[in-house]
Design a protein around this ligand. Structure first.
Ligand code: HEC
Ligand code: HEC
Ligand code: HEC
Ligand code: HEC
Ligand code: HEC
Length: 218
């Protein structure tokens, strides 16, 4: 009953051995491509070019301008925020006005448009982060963002992976002042995966029944 030609038989024999290897190769390719093209938000060291070479070392380091002078919202809102150009102009209407960078800054200010700063730290939409409990709990900006005041160019210091958040939430001692009464952060899924009025997109389906999956998923 064997009506296959020898060539076809050879092909079939080959196929049986090769297919699993082929599937593995495809999988490996997907994983590799996925790894190298993963969103910038997960890349520690991510440091996009900014429209003006603003230096934290100069301002927050040498001139000791407090972080909250510019990132005023860190204590009272989810987002620390990036300062409006008018904050820069508190000084730069008089400071270094001959510099081409300050002239560009002034032009942006006069245009009434915001400065097009590139965002560096950014969690996916399905994650809720709030600066308030962290900053008001006494965790230093540097614990998460690194020694910003000694950098000319900001880059992403912390990992945005879930494991990194949970690592501190399980035992927060190292991140907190020694006399702090806080021991830990929340570990229940809804703390970080909650309905989030600030995010544009809806919730992915897997999240709507999260609490029931809590015990089994991880
Ligand atoms: C004079 C204003 C000013 C001060 C003071 C200042 N910053 Fe900034 N910060 C900025 C501006 C402008 C940006 C956006 C441009 C950039 O990324 O360099 C920024 C960006 C950042 C970012 C990255 C934001 C993102 O997109 O993810 C972090 C983190 C940050 N600052 C932390 C700090 C900390 C911590 C301090 C205190 C040690 C501080 N800053 C002091 C103006 C300031
Ligand atoms: C509290 C005052 C103050 C504020 C606010 C401030 N700066 Fe400055 N900035 C300075 C001083 C002082 C220098 C000069 C630093 C030095 O040379 O030691 C400077 C220098 C600079 C330079 C370097 C210019 C050059 O050509 O070397 C840039 C760019 C700059 N600032 C951008 C900004 C931006 C953008 C903001 C707002 C996010 C800002 N500054 C807010 C005081 C300030
Ligand atoms: C517990 C860790 C942690 C601490 C402490 C912390 N940050 Fe952040 N910061 C983050 C994370 C995570 C993001 C990204 C948030 C997102 O994408 O929603 C972020 C984002 C930012 C941004 C980008 C804009 C924004 O507001 O989302 C700035 C600026 C910033 N932080 C400044 C600060 C400053 C200044 C302090 C200290 C007063 C500080 N952060 C303390 C974790 C931290
Ligand atoms: C350095 C330690 C540390 C890191 C890193 C950290 N957290 Fe926290 N977080 C805490 C502590 C401590 C608390 C509890 C504060 C309290 O009880 O006042 C907390 C509280 C929270 C809360 C509760 C807010 C509320 O209103 O109930 C959320 C949400 C949260 N963290 C999200 C995150 C996310 C998302 C990340 C990672 C991107 C993260 N945290 C990284 C220490 C940390
Ligand atoms: C302290 C904050 C925090 C808590 C608590 C938390 N997560 Fe997350 N989760 C994150 C962050 C940050 C991300 C995005 C980064 C990543 O994928 O690692 C994430 C991503 C995810 C993702 C998507 C993974 C992907 O590939 O995009 C799933 C699924 C998830 N979490 C499920 C859960 C479940 C289930 C729980 C409860 C057992 C939980 N999370 C508790 C912070 C948290």
């Amino acid at each position: 009953m064997n009506d296959r030609t020898p060539t076809a038989q050879l092909f079939l024999a080959f196929g049986h051995g090769i297919l699993p290897a082929g599937a593995t190769a495809v999988l490996l390719t997907i994983l590799t491509v996925g790894w190298f093209t993963q969103p910038d938000r997960f890349q520690r060291g991510y440091s996009p070019a900014q429209p003006i070479p603003y230096s934290h070392r100069l301002h927050a380091g040498i001139h000791k301008i407090p972080c909250l002078y510019c990132h005023t919202n860190a204590r009272r809102s989810r987002h620390a925020g990036v300062p409006a150009v008018s904050t820069c102009m508190n000084c730069h209407t008089v400071t270094m006005t001959a510099s081409p960078h300050i002239q560009k800054l002034t032009a942006v200010f006069n245009s009434g448009q915001p400065m097009n700063w590139k965002r560096i730290h950014s969690l996916p939409d399905h994650v809720y982060f709030d600066h308030r409990p962290h900053v008001n709990g006494g965790i230093e900006c540097q614990t998460c963002h690194g020694e910003i005041q000694s950098l000319d160019v900001v880059s992403q210091h912390m990992s945005m992976r879930m494991g990194n958040c949970l690592g501190c939430h399980r035992d927060a001692h190292d991140g907190l002042p020694s006399d702090s009464e806080i021991q830990e952060g929340p570990e229940h899924c809804n703390a970080c995966h909650r309905r989030n009025p600030y995010k544009r997109h809806g919730y992915p389906a897997w999240m709507t029944s999260l609490e029931s999956q809590e015990a089994s998923r991880f």
